[in-house]
Design a protein around this ligand. Structure first.
Ligand code: GLY
Length: 343
């Protein structure tokens, strides 16, 4: 059964805003707006919001700035500070899309600090949509990006050493929230992104925005599933799976276990539900139900979450399991929401 819980948690930078409690019909016909995944989405959305406040600030520049801001942080799940693959190498996936179906992505990119910026270059400077691996890195270098050392961050190094003890391959849900709990209660994973039983998880930064001129855009960036097989690519660089934008309809981004998002073309599916007249929240819910329907047993053990906005600036979300939060920033301030869940 679906939880009807949908409460507003005010972040430290929030204004005291009361939103509708009906999660399936949040009516906020306001632009500009930015929505971002997870608690860390609050600061990311804030960075994007600064761009939206500029004269002619575009949704594309806003999501790009927001994604860069978290790629520059040390995080288990995004950027070069993230957890490596099972060979100990950090590989990054990202994509970006604007209001005119222009899009670009990179997958398996190594030693480049800002994959979202390389994805934007793919969009703007090539006839292609997706570059991978060595080719993506070669393109980045040609575009003037710096080759970084490839050394793991201290936290990723600890996590990798811990993982090597058992080399288990068991995703665990909601790592970002779990780590917050660890930080406050002093128990949990022995290193960021790895748990005492040897399991691990990953979470992705996705953000979508609507600017004051009515242009939608989205960005998605991740180091992917920690300790993944070498060469594994998730949903995050794949247009239509991890991200989709159709300016006639809305924008959608995903986080969680990418394989399940790819299997159902999640972001595109939700866009099409919105085209049929569903609200963003209802559209996300239908896509989550589809994942659970095709994985009735396995879905008890993995998380997928979606966030969506439509062209009027209404927003919504849904996830499989409790623990997913998302940030919203609009003229009413910054809010952190807990998404409705399937289980
Ligand atoms: N959603 C990110 C991944 O599966 O890699």
């Amino acid at each position: 059964m679906h939880s009807r819980r949908n409460f507003l948690r005010l972040s430290s930078i929030s204004l005291p805003v009361l939103l509708s409690t009906d999660q399936f019909s949040i009516k906020k016909n306001k632009k500009p707006i930015v929505v971002a995944t997870w608690d860390s989405g609050v600061s990311v959305a804030n960075k994007a919001w600064e761009v939206l406040q500029e004269e002619n600030g575009s949704a594309l520049d806003a999501v790009h700035a927001g994604a860069i801001s978290i790629e520059n942080e040390i995080s288990c799940c995004v950027g070069l500070g993230g957890n490596p693959d099972r060979d100990g190498i950090v590989t990054l996936d990202a994509c970006i899309m604007d209001h005119q179906f222009n899009c670009g992505g990179v997958a398996g990119l190594e030693r480049i600090k800002n994959p979202i910026s390389v994805a934007r270059k793919v969009m703007e400077e090539t006839p292609h949509v997706l570059l991978v691996g060595a080719g993506a890195q070669q393109f980045a270098l040609e575009q003037g990006f710096k080759l970084e050392s490839g050394k793991l961050s201290a936290s990723a190094n600890d996590a990798y050493k811990e993982w090597l003890k058992d080399s288990k391959y068991t995703p665990v849900m909601n790592i970002e929230q779990t780590q917050l709990r660890i930080n406050t209660k002093g128990s949990g994973p022995s290193a960021p992104g790895i748990f005492k039983d040897g399991s691990f998880n990953h979470d992705t930064m996705g953000l979508i925005a609507l600017d004051s001129k009515g242009r939608l855009a989205g960005a998605c960036t991740t180091s992917g599933m920690g300790f993944k097989m070498r060469g594994r690519v998730g949903d995050s660089p794949i247009i239509g799976s991890g991200l989709y934008v159709d300016n006639e309809v809305g924008a959608v981004v995903a986080t969680g276990q990418g394989e399940e998002v790819i299997r159902t073309s999640g972001a595109h599916l939700i866009t099409e539900f919105m085209r049929q007249g569903k609200s963003p929240a209802k559209a996300c819910k239908l896509a989550i139900e589809r994942i659970v329907k095709i994985n009735p047993t396995k879905s008890r053990d993995f998380q997928v979450a979606y966030i969506a906005i439509n062209k009027r600036g209404n927003f919504g979300s849904c996830c499989i399991h409790p623990g997913f939060s998302y940030a919203v920033q609009n003229e009413e301030g910054s809010q952190l929401h807990t998404a409705p869940t399937f289980f």
